[in-house]
Design a protein around this ligand. Structure first.
Ligand SMILES: [Fe+2]
Length: 144
């Protein structure tokens, strides 16, 4: 069901937003300044996607989940801890999270195409391009 898959995606995006901002607050180490800023850029992008996904659920007459309880019940992304953390550990964690978002967006695109909901399909293309570029960059960062 496309609405259920969109709501799962929405739940993951919301938990991911909170996680990225938690890391933005708790980053420690010598690359603090760069990574602190980069994380803000990443969660700003996710915040836009949260609104777009919720509104697209409404456009197709679905009901978007809007509570933290609702998100936490179904999220596939694990929350961060409230503790200081080095950037390598952050990027290792968020690389996995972006892979989950890629799976979500791919599934939604498949549903949307089957249902001839091409606007949603096109939106997922945009996200897949975005996540693809970000995961490539994170992999480069993690290279030793
Ligand atoms: Fe900040």
């Amino acid at each position: 069901m496309i609405t259920e898959d969109l709501n799962l995606f929405l739940a993951n995006l919301n938990v991911f937003y909170r996680k990225l901002q938690n890391y933005h607050w708790n980053i420690k180490g010598e690359d603090f300044f760069n990574v602190h800023l980069k994380l803000e850029e990443l969660y700003d992008d996710i915040n836009e996607q949260i609104d777009e996904v919720a509104e697209h659920i409404l456009i197709i007459d679905g009901q978007p989940l809007g509570t933290m309880n609702g998100y936490l019940e179904i999220t596939q992304i694990k929350e961060a801890q409230d503790e200081k953390i080095f950037s390598r550990e952050i990027f290792e964690a968020i690389l996995k999270d972006y892979c989950i978002l890629i799976e979500n967006a791919t599934k939604v695109k498949e549903d949307a195409d089957n249902d001839k909901k091409y606007a949603i399909s096109a939106l997922m293309d945009e996200y897949l391009l975005d996540y693809g570029k970000k995961t490539w960059m994170i992999r480069q960062y993690l290279m030793k």
